[in-house]
Design a protein around this ligand. Structure first.
Ligand code: ADP
Ligand code: MG
Length: 389
């Protein structure tokens, strides 16, 4: 795809008056299964989307950091690398600036850069446009400054940028997915030690499609809810005498829930624990099914995951529930919300032959409910971050 390289190169040259040293790309992602598990040391299973953030970049040695995005109004944001500090604002530019800050904090000699960004990852749709922006910046600077960091190290620094510099308390899944996914695979990631395996996920070979339905809504409720769920999970682990919920085997879940109730845990803490331990189990189940080539059987596991997110973690919303309900009623193999919830996107596993009918059913259901039309596209498991030029 030549326009992949040409677009950011041309706008870089037009903007800064000279040619970039290279162009890099990093994808957005959807998570197949394993939600709200990554801050519990648990399992996740994302795949990279064909949608990418791309960065044309050149080094500077004078301490200047100049940032521009073709996707947001406003001009170049000029910052000094030695004056970067957390929570200064900077709007969208905080994501790439945070990466520079995190690299320098870790002792890496990033002496400035001119950066031109452009992205096809929908923003705020739960598809990790923010991680794509961070990872593409991290990979470009790693290559240009010869830092020698591996993919996982770059992802962890990108997460640190988002947590500490931007101020968003996300887990490491999004950055790891963008940095480490490979074409044709889902990534089984153990967030406890960043252990990972590329699990073949060739939908086309099985006559299947994974639809992404972007509800195009974001409910404000989501802002505090993530922190509340996180605190609830930590409380559950503490009451059980565990460091994290990952240490609780699925086989011991029922007795642990009894112990939690006995220890005075609130109803919501009990539910959060049940979701997290259950979703870790569902990741293992999906991997076993994929390894056995039984891809269709993944569908009901996705739907079970949605029910758990809806009823136990309570992070869904009417639009996401309607996608799942309408898709399954129209013959989908299974569906669930993906990402943080309260809006954003859902995924639907469907026979190729039924994709059109299921899409139509979801669109009709949205229209019937008076919701705005969602965006629907097929998730083809794509490559992780890479240098293009
Ligand atoms: P998500 O990562 O799910 O898309 P976030 O709220 O975490 O949603 O990140 C979205 C934010 O990332 C945007 O509000 C913007 O600040 C920044 N962002 C993403 N893509 C771009 C882009 N192409 N140009 C500028 N900023 C971007
Ligand atoms: Mg994000």
């Amino acid at each position: 795809m030549t326009e992949d390289h040409a677009e950011p190169t041309a706008s870089f040259t037009e903007l800064y008056g000279y040619a970039p040293e290279g162009v890099w790309a990093a994808p957005g992602r959807v998570n197949l299964i394993g939600e709200y598990t990554d801050f519990n040391d648990g399992f996740v299973m994302p795949l990279a989307l064909p949608h990418t953030a791309r960065a044309a970049v050149a080094r500077r040695t004078d301490g200047e950091l100049r940032l521009h995005s073709t996707d947001v109004p406003g001009g170049v944001v000029s910052l000094r690398v030695d004056e970067l500090a957390p929570h200064q604002g900077h709007g969208w530019a905080a994501y790439p600036a945070g990466v520079v800050w995190a690299l320098r904090e870790a002792g890496h000699p990033v002496t400035g850069a001119d950066i031109q960004l452009t992205s096809t990852v929908p923003t705020g749709a739960g598809l990790s446009s923010s991680a794509a922006l961070e990872v593409v910046t991290a990979l470009a600077l790693n290559d240009l400054f010869g830092l020698g960091l591996d993919r996982a190290a770059l992802a962890v620094l990108a997460q640190r940028a988002e947590n500490a510099f931007v101020g968003v308390p996300c887990g490491v899944m999004d950055q790891m997915a963008s940095a480490c996914c490979t074409e044709g695979h889902a990534l089984h990631l153990d967030t406890r030690d960043l252990g990972r395996r590329q699990v073949p996920f060739d939908l086309a070979a099985h006559g299947l499609r994974l639809l992404v339905v972007d509800t195009r809504v974001k409910h404000a409720l989501g802002d505090g809810a993530y922190a509340e769920r996180r605190a609830g999970c930590e409380e559950g682990a503490r009451l059980l005498g565990l460091r994290t919920l990952r240490e609780l085997p699925y086989e011991e879940l029922d007795s642990a829930l009894d112990r939690l109730a006995g220890a005075g845990a609130g109803d919501s803490v009990v539910r959060y624990v049940r979701h997290v331990v259950g979703d870790n189990r569902r990741v293992e189940r999906v991997i076993a099914l994929l390894d056995a080539g039984d891809v269709r059987a993944v569908g009901p596991v996705l739907t079970a995951g949605h029910v758990s997110l809806r009823d136990d973690l309570r992070v869904s919303c009417p639009e996401l529930d309607l996608v799942v309900e309408a898709a399954n009623a129209a013959g989908a193999l299974g569906a669930r919300m993906t990402g943080g919830g309260f809006g954003g996107s859902a995924i639907v596993l469907v026979e190729e032959a039924a994709a059109e009918a299921v899409t139509g059913a979801v669109l009709d259901a949205f229209a019937g409910a008076g919701f705005g039309a969602p965006g629907v596209f097929a998730a083809v498991p794509s490559a992780g971050a890479r240098r293009l030029v």
